[in-house]
Design a protein around this ligand. Sequence first.
Ligand SMILES: C[S@@+](CC[C@H](N)C(=O)[O-])C[C@H]1O[C@@H](n2cnc3c(N)ncnc32)[C@H](O)[C@@H]1O
Length: 276
Amino acid sequence: MDDLPPIRETIARHGLSASKALGQNFLLDEQLLNRIAALPGDLAGANVLEVGPGPGGLTRALLRAGAKVTAIEMDARCLPALEELSEAFPGQLTVIHGDAMKLDHGAIMGGAPFHVLSNLPYNVGTALFVKWLSGENWPPQWLSLTLMFQREVAERIVSKENTSAYGRLAVLAQWRSSAKLAMKVHRSAFTPPPKVMSAIVHVTPADAPEGVPARTLERLTEAAFGQRRKMLRQSLKGVPGACEALSSLGIDETRRAETLSVAEFVALARTLNTLR
Ligand SMILES: C[S@@+](CC[C@H](N)C(=O)[O-])C[C@H]1O[C@@H](n2cnc3c(N)ncnc32)[C@H](O)[C@@H]1O
C-alpha cells in the first residue's frame, strides 16, 4: 500500500486554494472517492481518462484500484501534487496539462478502449458529455462514463418522457446508451461546498438502432426541444420531411416534444432518413 498523506494535507502543502473561476470544489473523503472509483466495476489494468483531477483525490482512488490513468488538468498549480501521485504509482499515471475541451481524447488514449471518470464544473461537464455522446461512430471508444453533475442535470439525463426534466440531454443519453443515476452526493462532501446538490451519472453504450444517423436524431431533438412548449407541427417546421414522417408513423402532430418517448424519436429519425 502507498503511504500518501491524506488529500487534505496534500492540498495544504501545495497551497491549492480552490479557484472559483475554474469551478473547483474538491472531494476529500477517501471512502467516498473509493466508492466513486468502484462505480465502473473492476478497474485493475483498465485504461481510465480522468478529466479535471485537481489535487488528485479521485485520481489516487483510481490508481489504488489498479487503473492506468491519463488525467487532463487545466490548472498548472495542481501539477506538482499530481507528479507526487505519479511517483507513488510508477508507470500508472500520465498527466496532461491542458483544456479537455480542446483535446482529442481518443488519440490521447492511443486508440485503446477506456473508461471516463470526472468531476467537472457544470458547464464543461455538460459540454463534454454531449461531445462524448455525439457523432456517427458507435460503439464509441469509451467503455463507460462516470460523471458528477449538479443533481438537477443528472435528473435530466436519466429522465423519462412526460416529465419537466425530460429533454435533449435525456434523448441523447438514452437512444443508444444506458444511463443511470449511480450516486447522490451531498453538497457538504465538497470543499468548498457548492450551492447545489450533486449526483453521479453512469453511462454505458448500447447497440445503436439500425438506420438512424446520429446527425438526424440530434437535429430532430434540437428542433423539437428548442421550442418545447410548441406542438410538433410547429417546432419541427424547419426539419424537411418531419411532418410527413410524423403522419406516416401515426404520431399526432399536435403533441409536444416532451411527450415523445426516446423510442418515438428514434422511429421518427429512421423514417426521416428513409424519406430522403
Ligand atoms: C470540481 S473540481 C474537481 C477536482 C477533483 N477531481 C475532485 O473531485 O476533488 C474540477 C477540476 O477540473 C479542472 N478543470 C476545469 N475545467 C477544465 C477543463 N476544461 N479541462 C481540464 N480540467 C478542467 C479544474 O481546474 C478542477 O481541478
